[in-house]
Design a protein. Structure first.
Ligand code: FES
Length: 193
């Protein structure tokens, strides 16, 4: 991978951002990389790779993943479709991205529920695959307002109009449309207004 290639595709976190984060924050454990723009908190595909980058950094090596971005993305797509991982061998032939017991081949697929089922303050990752039933104009509008696949939302207000926050933008979505937006809840509720 090159520095600007994405390691966490869910949250568009590049290898460069992760390396800079480690140099700046000096994380003691790999899981702290989630504080770098939410890396690893979506579909979890990238978690073993985040561990690999952290281990390389701890050893003083140049963090790098020996896989092309295209291949990496292809394998993630398969992982998301099947829930299983194809191993990617490192330079010495080790299959370093084999999952740990915490992230294993038998792990359940991320739970997806309608956006309308989230409580106020709850955060989630969006899956737009069920929006195909909407007129194209409505889909384009949602996209233009920042609602795209794998973006992260926080519910500001639930009800007949669901108000969600995407980065710094707030968006009102009718319950009819919100029901079609599937989301994977992120643990924890921040309780912010
Ligand atoms: S690719 Fe990083 S959480 Fe999905």
């Amino acid at each position: 991978m090159e520095d600007d290639d994405l390691v966490c595709l869910c949250f568009r976190v590049s290898q460069r951002k992760l390396v800079n984060y480690m140099a700046r924050e000096r994380p003691r454990v790999a899981s702290q990389l989630s504080e770098c723009l939410g890396a690893g908190t979506g579909c979890q595909w990238c978690v073993p790779f985040l561990r690999r980058l952290h281990a390389q950094w701890e050893r003083g090596e140049r963090p790098d993943l020996p896989v092309s971005p295209e291949e990496y993305a292809r394998r993630r797509t398969r992982y998301r479709a099947t829930g299983t991982r194809e191993p990617i061998a490192g330079p010495a032939g080790e299959e370093y991205d084999r999952p740990s017991p915490a992230v294993n081949d038998h792990a359940p697929k991320p739970v997806r529920i309608p956006l309308t089922q989230l409580a106020r303050g709850q955060r989630a990752v969006v899956d737009c695959s069920e929006l195909t039933g909407l007129p194209e104009g409505e889909r384009c509008l949602l996209h233009a307002m920042g609602l795209h696949d794998q973006c992260q939302v926080r519910v500001c207000s639930a009800g007949s109009t669901c108000i969600v926050q995407i980065e710094s933008t707030r968006l009102g979505i009718s319950s009819e449309v919100a029901r079609r937006i599937l989301v994977t809840p992120i643990e924890g509720t921040d309780g912010a207004p």
